[in-house]
Design a protein around this ligand. Structure first.
Ligand code: AGP
Length: 610
């Protein structure tokens, strides 16, 4: 979390930094700041709140310059206020730093520096970096040496950029764990947490690797290894479509991304399936003989990606007959799982930067397991540290609440299960054709659902005073219940819990009263009758039923206060359809309750800290 951006070139640095920070705002939005070399002096402007608040500050307190650094924060150490906002400076204001990550040994370093006379102004871990740098600079009178010694003292994860007053034509940087990308345009250079912050100006880019550091000028990059050797590198052409980074006329990214889903699913179908219906993953470089030997899968992921993992387990077990475990990344990384060379560990992550998921990958590799990741950012740390990756192909997801990445995860997991079933000869040609036929019909069915968004908007309005919700689902739609509840919690700040229908009577049913809306995901598929029983149980206790059911079914709607029909489809495809009305419900509930759906409080898009 936290976004950093830095610029050196002919343009007015404040405007370049503001554009970059706005693009990175998904990474954190509780405070923001910039430091600019203005008339030879480091000038810092920072503000609590969003980039817009920083922009307003710059209108009344402008800065001028062509070299500078910027930061948008998601607080880890110290509350979100102006003092704790980045950039942080050294004792004399001659060194400024923006940082993404956590310096774990900051207490020790701070104490040591205080004893040497350094004065600290914030509660952040970051502030030790400019002070350490200042100390080593005093000793060496050389920024590169000062940086190298600074890095040697830091434990934890970081990507940071340093602006040094004495060096108006260079910016220094270092990376260990948190993402950092270098971008080069015409006579201008950039550093940023994510390439989206620096397009279209950065025509070429390079992802800085762990334990690398160096400096940039307006047209060059010097890259060093941990031990100080020059590292050769090759830049890649930047190919991000800037249009994908704006709201395209929608009020919010979340709404845009919800509506993008049928198109994304269509794209995934086209690229994963050839005309004969053969499934392919050209980017996944795991040999078929290894995949054939895999006896067990372990999925590790967090939040929405964990919910996708639960659906993935059903797919892998049903189609590929692979015994599969799913674990939350923050548990998996510490639980010393039993795994061997024939276990395939699958990491699922939209951002590819989730710290817990990344740590799980390290764990798995230490046990000699191969790791296959499902990522939406193919240059991310998770993609690069896995043995192979599958591109989710959802396109940049900006809304903090994950929507299109979730359906892209389900689609790719389904295709992966079918791919594995194919190499194990587990499905007949006829079965495969039937499955692929069903899949091809999916995008249109998704469009039909989204075209009825107004029905859901009405629910959100009529249920705007409800303080708690329960979501129930079974089998393929148990994860849908979890996901529906998560969406509502995270963007509308409404308490909601998702349960497997069968588990409901083991305690949660005590919650039911005439005040409690219960969202029942009850399409006509396996365990349909069991879901109908759940509905009866809630009704007989006067709970309010909101149901998602299959077109043509008359039973579920007749027992519901509100109901929404999804088109008929195969059981295993229902979670891709049933989640859509729930995403819309969360979105419209957020609007009804005056919440900002794209930037929910306390959250950040990529959780790069533990
Ligand atoms: C989703 O709406 C959430 N914001 C969150 O749960 C997210 O899915 C989780 O942090 C995992 O992120 P990842 O997919 O980028 O690893």
């Amino acid at each position: 979390m936290c976004g950093i951006v830095a610029y050196l070139g002919p343009k007015s640095v404040d405007s370049v930094l503001l554009v970059g920070l706005t693009r990175l705002e998904y990474r954190g939005y509780d405070s923001a700041g910039i430091a600019v070399l203005d008339n030879g002096e480091i000038t810092v402007r920072k503000e609590k709140g969003k980039i817009k608040d920083l922009e307003d500050l710059l209108l009344t307190h402008p800065v001028e310059g062509t070299i500078g650094i910027g930061h948008t924060r998601w607080a880890t150490h110290g509350e979100p206020n102006r003092q704790n906002a980045h950039p942080h400076v050294d004792n004399h204001g001659k060194v400024a730093v923006v940082h993404n990550g956590i310096i774990e040994n900051h207490h020790t370093i701070r104490q040591e520096l205080i004893e040497k006379g350094h004065v600290f102004h914030s509660e952040t871990d970051t502030e030790v970096i400019p002070h350490l740098f200042e100390d080593y600079y005093k000793k060496h009178k050389d920024s590169a040496k000062a940086l190298q010694e600074t890095i040697a003292r830091l434990d934890g994860r970081y990507a940071f950029v340093v602006l040094v007053e004495q060096e108006p034509d260079r910016l220094y940087f270092a990376r260990s764990g948190s993402p950092l990308v270098y971008g080069r345009g015409r006579g201008e250079s950039f550093l940023a947490s994510d390439v989206s912050a620096i397009v279209p100006a950065a025509k070429e880019h390079l992802h800085i690797d762990n334990d690398q550091w160096g400096w940039i000028t307006k047209d060059s990059l010097e890259l060093r290894s941990k031990t100080g050797e020059a590292v050769p590198f090759e830049m890649s052409r930047t190919q991000i479509d800037v249009k994908a980074l704006d709201r395209a006329g929608y009020d919010h990214f979340m709404l845009k991304e919800i509506h993008e889903q049928p198109g994304i699913v269509r794209r995934i179908i086209q690229s994963r399936m050839d005309d004969e219906g053969i499934v392919r993953f050209p980017e996944m470089n795991l040999p078929n003989d290894f995949l054939n030997r895999v006896t067990r899968c372990m999925i590790t992921s967090a939040g929405t990606s964990w919910h996708a993992g639960i659906v993935g387990k059903f797919y892998l077990e049903q189609f590929a007959r692979l015994s599969t475990e799913v674990d939350i990344s923050s548990e998996f990384r510490y639980r010393n799982p039993i795994a061997d060379g024939e276990t395939l560990v699958m990491a699922i992550s939209q951002s590819g930067e989730t710290a817990d998921t990344l740590a799980g990958i390290h764990q798995a590799k230490a046990k000699f397991c191969r790791v296959l990741s499902f990522v939406n950012v193919t240059t991310s740390s998770i993609a690069r540290e896995s043995n192979a990756f599958i591109d989710l192909m959802a396109g940049p997801e900006i809304g903090v609440a994950s929507t299109k990445a979730y359906t892209a995860q389900l689609m790719n997991l389904l295709f992966y299960a079918l791919f594995t079933a194919g190499i194990k000869w587990l499905v007949s040609k006829e079965e495969r054709e039937q499955i692929l036929h069903e899949i091809r019909l999916l995008p249109e069915k998704m469009e039909q659902i989204l075209a009825r968004a107004d029905e859901i908007k009405k629910w959100a309005s009529e249920l705007r005073d409800s303080k708690d919700f329960v979501f129930l689902g079974r089998s393929f739609n148990h994860p849908t219940a979890l996901e529906g509840a998560l969406k509502l919690k995270e963007i509308a700040y409404v308490h909601a819990s998702g349960y497997a229908g069968g588990e409901f009577k083991h305690g949660p049913i005590a919650l039911i009263s005439d005040q409690m809306p219960v969202i029942c995901i009850a399409p006509q598929c396996d365990l349909y009758e069991k879901m109908v029983s759940n509905i009866e149980e809630v009704r007989s206790r006067k709970g309010r039923i909101i149901s998602i059911y299959t077109e043509g079914d008359t039973i579920v709607p007749s027992k519901s206060d509100y109901s929404f029909a999804i088109p008929q489809c195969a059981d295993y495809l229902t979670p891709i359809l049933t989640v859509l009305p729930l995403q819309l419900f969360a979105y419209y509930s957020a609007l009804e309750r005056g919440c900002e759906p794209d930037q929910p409080r306390n959250l950040a898009k990529s959780v790069t800290v533990e």
